[in-house]
Unconditional design. Structure first.
Length: 253
């Protein structure tokens, strides 16, 4: 079932989104070689608690951490770990904040130290794809319009667009209908309506798109060992234009 949010629910989700964006701004400051993803996880959980929120992912279907911390060839749901990040790594930190019952979800990929121009391009293209997908999330459009816009932009670069995981509705629980794939056919899929809140979260690989699961039952990584990055926002569908609830700045960069 698709939940269209009340004015009160939307306001709670806006406040949660502001907190999520604030945490990501802090992560951009602290992530560097020598910091471990387990330290990042503790920082995120502590920051939420200090601001009256709780990590909605922790305990969700048995997931044990406040964040997903996916490094290099890990696509999503990477477990935080003690090993320090190295120069040249990329890490995607994904988390959901629950602030007074309002949920907001955002993933962001961070470059650790110095990386190649090829890696920078992958990050830039994936981030651009996120905003192109958001632009297609107009009241009256369909979910396929979002995926088609992302696919049309990314395909010429020769990257793999992950198909095994997708964006989703959010609130009052973490994962709800509709599913928001990062590929698709314009004019197909479920209709987007005012009051819906969804996540758009393209996951793009330098190599092929197929994934494989780790033995922990959660972490997905590229089958060919290629790098994977992801950018995600929580988005409110309005009559006029999509509203990004987790935007980190006013320019959209």
């Amino acid at each position: 079932m698709i939940h269209r949010k009340s004015a009160r629910e939307i306001e709670l989700m806006r406040e949660a989104g502001k907190l999520v964006a604030e945490i990501h701004r802090e992560l951009a400051r602290i992530i560097k070689p020598g910091v471990s993803s387990l330290e990042i996880d503790s920082f995120v959980e502590d920051y939420m608690k200090k601001h009256g929120a709780k990590p909605a992912q922790k305990g969700y279907q048995g997931y044990p951490y406040a964040t997903c911390a996916s490094i290099n060839d890990e696509i999503c749901h990477g477990f935080p770990r003690e090993e320090p990040l190295k120069d040249g790594d990329v890490i995607t930190v994904d988390f959901v904040a629950d602030l007074n019952g309002g949920l907001a979800d955002s993933a962001w990929t961070y470059i650790v130290g110095d990386v190649s121009d090829e890696v920078k391009q992958l990050c830039d293209v994936t981030k651009n794809a996120l905003y192109i997908g958001i632009e297609a999330a107009q009241h009256g459009n369909r979910t396929g319009d979002i995926g088609a816009a992302i696919e049309k932009y990314v395909t010429p670069y020769g990257y793999g667009i992950v198909r095994d995981f997708a964006g989703h509705g959010i609130g009052p629980t973490i994962h709800e209908e509709p599913s928001i794939p990062h590929f698709g056919t314009a004019g197909k899929g479920q209709r987007l309506k005012e009051g819906m809140v969804i996540t758009i979260e393209p996951m793009i690989n330098t190599g092929f798109w197929p994934s494989q699961m780790d033995s922990n039952g959660w972490t997905a990584r590229t089958m060919d060992g290629s790098l994977s990055v992801q950018y995600e926002h929580t988005v409110l569908i309005t009559k006029d234009a999509p509203e990004i609830l987790t935007e980190q700045n006013t320019s959209g960069d």
